[in-house]
Design a binder for this molecule. Structure first.
Ligand SMILES: NC(=O)c1ccc[n+]([C@@H]2O[C@H](COP(=O)([O-])OP(=O)(O)OC[C@H]3O[C@@H](n4cnc5c(N)ncnc54)[C@H](O)[C@@H]3O)[C@@H](O)[C@H]2O)c1
Ligand SMILES: O=P(O)(O)OC[C@@H](O)[C@@H](O)[C@H](O)[C@H](O)CO
Length: 486
C-alpha cells in the first residue's frame, strides 16, 4: 500500500505542483466539490492562472451534503489527480488550485464568511439541478422546502442559495467589492435562474435585510449564464487503484474524465475574474444557443440511453451505445426531433456536434454508469425534453422519441421501488396507481408536476408515452419490433 497523496508526499516523490502553492491566494469559493468541478472548473482555473501568471485565484472548496469529499480532499492539502480516458487522453495531472476545503454542513457560517471575504471575487457552483431548490412548477425558490424555510429563518444555512444569499448580505453589510457568481450546473439560463432564486430569498427575508441584499446584488453581483461540457463519471475503486499504480501515492479524491472539455461563459462579470479564456473557455455575449444545443442533444440523448439501457441491463453508457436498438433510437431522436427544432450558435454545425456526441457516448474507457446518469430524472428531463417537444407539437407532429425517453423514465420509476434516486422519489412512488396499467401510470406521472402543464395535459403526449410504456413493458424484442414499424 502506498502513502497518501499530500503536498509533502508529492515533494518527497520528486514531483512539484503546477502552481506555486506558497504564492497562491484565495479568490474563488466553490460550492459542491463533486467529480465534475474537480475535472472541469478546477483544471480550467489552474490553467488560467498558469497562462496569466496570476496567483490570486486559489479555491476554497466547500462540500455540500456529506463529509465524504472533505474526508478525501482535506488530508491531501486539497490536491487531487485528473486522469483522462479515451482516444487523445493526455497524461494524468495533479491539480493544485484548491487551498482550503470546508465541510459545509459542519460549519455553514464559515462558508458564509468565505463568500463575504473581500478577497473572494468569484463564487462557482456545481450542486446538481436539485441543489437549487426551485419549485418544479413555478421555477421560483421553493419556500415550502424545510431546508429553505430554515435558512430563511436564520438557521446555519444548508442550501446553496441560502449560503450564497447570506454571504452576499454580509458583503453588503461590509461594503465588500463586487462578486461574480458562476453556476456550472446543467440548467438552462443557470445564471439568471440563480439570480432570481437569490432575489426570491431576499424577498422572503425581513424587509431591512431583504432590501439591502436585493439592492447590493443588483448593483454589485453578476450571475453570468454558462454552458459546461465534460463527461465525468463517479470515480470507482478500480480508478483509484489505477491512479495509485501510476502516481505511486494513494489519491482518494482522484477523478477520471473524457479528454473533451468545453466551457462557454457569458461575458458579464462584476469586477476581477480569472483569465479562463486563456485555458480554452469561450466568453460569449449569449450562452443560450450553446446551452440549448448541449442540453437537448447531449444530455437528452444521455437520458434516453440511460433509462432504456437500465431496462436492458446495461451498466455503462458505452454499453448502451453499442446496443443497436438504443443507438438507432438516439440517432433518430436527434435527426427527426431535436435537430430540426434547434437554432445552433453561429459557426456551429449541429449535425456534426450530434455526430461527435454519439462518438463520445461510445467511449469504453470511461465507464460512465447508467445509474448515475439516470439519477434525478424529475429535475433533469423537463429542460432536456420540453423545448424539443413544443415545436414538434406546434407543427402538428408527434414527438415520439421524446415520448420514448419519458416512457423509459416512467418504467424506471415504476420498477425501482425504494431504490429510486430522485428528489421527488416519495411523491412519484405515491403517484403510481395500484395495478399499474400503462395509461394510468403515464397519466399519474405526467400529472405529478414533473412536466409543464401544456405538455402533461396534451392528449397526444399522453397517448404517445402510454404507447411506448406498453412496448417497454412487453419484454425483449418489443422495442426493436416497434422501431422497425416507424
Ligand atoms: N459529471 C458530469 O459529467 C457533469 C458534466 C456537466 C455538468 N455537470 C453538472 O455538475 C453537477 C454535479 O456533477 P458531479 O459529477 O460533480 O456530481 P457528484 O455527485 O460528484 O457531486 C454532486 C455535488 O453536488 C452537491 N449536491 C448534491 N445535491 C445537493 C443538494 N441538494 N444541495 C446542495 N448540494 C448538493 C454534492 O454535495 C456534491 O458536491 C451535475 O448535476 C451537473 O449539473 C456534471
Ligand atoms: O450531470 P447530470 O446529472 O446533470 O447529467 C448526467 C449526464 O448527462 C451529464 O453529467 C453529462 O455527462 C455532462 O453534462 C456532459 O457534459
Amino acid at each position: 500500500m502506498s502513502g497518501r497523496l499530500d503536498a509533502a508526499a508529492l515533494a518527497a516523490a520528486g514531483r512539484t505542483t503546477a502552481l506555486d502553492r506558497r504564492a497562491l491566494r484565495t479568490g474563488i469559493v466553490h460550492l459542491g466539490v463533486g467529480a465534475f468541478f474537480r475535472a472541469h472548473g478546477a483544471v480550467m482555473t489552474e490553467d488560467a492562472m498558469l497562462a496569466a501568471g496570476e496567483a490570486d485565484w486559489g479555491v476554497c472548496a466547500v462540500t455540500g451534503r456529506s463529509p465524504r469529499v472533505w474526508e478525501q480532499l482535506a488530508p491531501q492539502d486539497g490536491l487531487f489527480t485528473v486522469s483522462e480516458r479515451g482516444a487523445g487522453a493526455r497524461p494524468m495531472r495533479v491539480v493544485s488550485p484548491v487551498r482550503e476545503v470546508l465541510g459545509g454542513n459542519g460549519d455553514p457560517w464559515a462558508v458564509v464568511e468565505r463568500i463575504a471575504d473581500p478577497g473572494t471575487r468569484v463564487v462557482t457552483l456545481t450542486v446538481t439541478e436539485k441543489g437549487y431548490c426551485a419549485h418544479p412548477v413555478t421555477g421560483r425558490l421553493d419556500t415550502g422546502d424545510d431546508r429553505v424555510r430554515a435558512d430563511l429563518d436564520g438557521a446555519p444555512p444548508l442550501t446553496p442559495v441560502g449560503r450564497l444569499a447570506r454571504g452576499l448580505l454580509l458583503r453588503a453589510e461590509r461594503d465588500a467589492p463586487p462578486v461574480t457568481v458562476v453556476s456550472c450546473d446543467n440548467l438552462p439560463g443557470n445564471g439568471r435562474l440563480l439570480a432570481s432564486l437569490v432575489a426570491d430569498f431576499a424577498a422572503a427575508l425581513p424587509a431591512a435585510d431583504g432590501e439591502r441584499l436585493a439592492a447590493w446584488a443588483e448593483r454589485s453581483a453578476a450571475f453570468p449564464d454558462t454552458m459546461v461540457d465534460r463527461m465525468v463519471p463517479a470515480t470507482t475503486r478500480a480508478d483509484l487503484d489505477a491512479v495509485e499504480r501510476e502516481l505511486g501515492l494513494r489519491d482518494e479524491a482522484a477523478v477520471v474524465a473524457e479528454p473533451f472539455s468545453q466551457w462557454v461563459v457569458e461575458d458579464r462579470f462584476a469586477g476581477r475574474r480569472p483569465r479562463w479564456e486563456a485555458a480554452g473557455a469561450q466568453l460569449v455575449a449569449d450562452v443560450a444557443p450553446w446551452e440549448a444545443v448541449k442540453l437537448r442533444v447531449l444530455n437528452a440523448g444521455h437520458s434516453l440511453l440511460a433509462y432504456l439501457g437500465l431496462g436492458r441491463g446495461h451498466r455503462t453508457i458505452a454499453a448502451c451505445a453499442d446496443d443497436e436498438a438504443l443507438a438507432g433510437a438516439v440517432h433518430r431522436f436527434f435527426d427527426e426531433e431535436v435537430l430540426p427544432g434547434l437554432d445552433a450558435p453561429e459557426g456551429m454545425d449541429a449535425r456534426e456536434y450530434a455526430a461527435s456526441v454519439l462518438r463520445r457516448y461510445g467511449n469504453h474507457a470511461l465507464a460512465h454508469s447508467t445509474a448515475k446518469v439516470a439519477e434525478d430524472g424529475s429535475k433533469k428531463l423537463p429542460p432536456r425534453l420540453a423545448p424539443t417537444m413544443r415545436p414538434v407539437l406546434a407543427k402538428g407532429g408527434e414527438p415520439r422519441w421524446s415520448a420514448l425517453v419519458l416512457a423509459a423514465w416512467m418504467r424506471h420509476v415504476a420498477v425501482s421501488g425504494p431504490d429510486l434516486q430522485d428528489p421527488l422519489a416519495g411523491p412519484l412512488r405515491a403517484a403510481l396507481p395500484e395495478g399499474g396499467g400503462a395509461r394510468g401510470t403515464v397519466t399519474a406521472l405526467l400529472r405529478s408536476g414533473v412536466l409543464p402543464e401544456d405538455l402533461a395535459g396534451d392528449e397526444r403526449v399522453v397517448s404517445l408515452v402510454a404507447h411506448w410504456y406498453r412496448v417497454l413493458s412487453a419484454g425483449p424484442g418489443a422495442l426493436e419490433a416497434e422501431m422497425r414499424e416507424l
